[in-house]
Design a protein around this ligand. Structure first.
Ligand SMILES: *[C@@H]1O[C@H](CO)[C@@H](O)[C@H](O)[C@H]1NC(C)=O
Ligand SMILES: *[C@@H]1O[C@H](CO)[C@@H](O)[C@H](O)[C@H]1NC(C)=O
Length: 193
């Protein structure tokens, strides 16, 4: 009878642990609707895409959502020099599905603009820094264009690495495991006394 009780307590604690772990995993990554706007397009306020990233702190695991009518716009990830010069040829990545999710899977600065001719010149361009990078310095320093077109330039389109996403929850789970273990000991000791 005592063992049955102990077992159900353990099962309950385990379930609580798992649920808490999942919640922590959820809050640790954020999905940002770019510019807090319903549509990725030529901005009405020219400064909207340059201002928006400064009011947020992006981290690995977050994603950027670009929504737009696929017949009217597109999204390209470009090199720093292409960003500066509004060169839409040879982008790192091209998307035109109207619902483009860019996953931030590494630290660094990422440069986006529209693949449509003339849109970049009309300030439809966005620079997002992940980690401690200084976006401004990265984008504006002339030296950054030196390695801008290096073939090793990585793009971050892809799925969120699972280990990254779950690292905080597994830490939490191990913390909870020790709590559960000591609780179990206490119960066992109490039962045998
Ligand atoms: C990314 O940058 C953050 C903040 O500087 C740092 O804590 C983290 O360790 C970095 N991650 C990687 C994978 O470089
Ligand atoms: C970003 O991650 C989501 C969810 O993991 C995935 O569905 C989506 O395809 C990824 N985006 C790209 C461009 O790979």
């Amino acid at each position: 009878m005592g063992m049955m009780r102990l077992r159900s307590i353990m099962v309950l604690l385990l379930q609580v642990m798992i649920l808490l772990g999942q919640e922590i995993g959820k809050v640790s990554s954020t999905l940002y609707k770019v510019g807090d706007l319903d549509s990725w397009g030529i901005p009405i306020d020219a400064k909207v895409y340059s201002k928006w990233p400064k009011t947020h702190s992006f981290k690995i695991g977050d994603s950027l959502l670009f929504l737009y009518p696929p017949s009217e716009d597109s999204l390209i990830q470009v090199t720093p020099s292409s960003f500066k010069n509004c060169n839409t040829k040879d982008p790192i990545l091209y998307m035109n599905d109207g619902n483009s999710l860019f996953n931030l899977t590494q630290n660094g600065t990422f440069y986006f603009t529209s693949g449509q001719p003339g849109h970049c010149q009309k300030y439809q361009k966005l620079l997002v820094s992940v980690g401690t990078y200084s976006a401004e310095a990265d984008a504006l320093s002339p030296s950054s264009s030196a390695d801008a077109d290096a073939p090793s330039y990585q793009n971050a389109f892809g799925s969120i690495p699972l280990n990254q996403k779950s690292s905080s929850s597994s830490l939490l789970i191990s913390a909870f495991s020790s709590v559960v273990a000591s609780l179990a000991c206490a119960v066992v000791v109490g039962a045998t006394m």
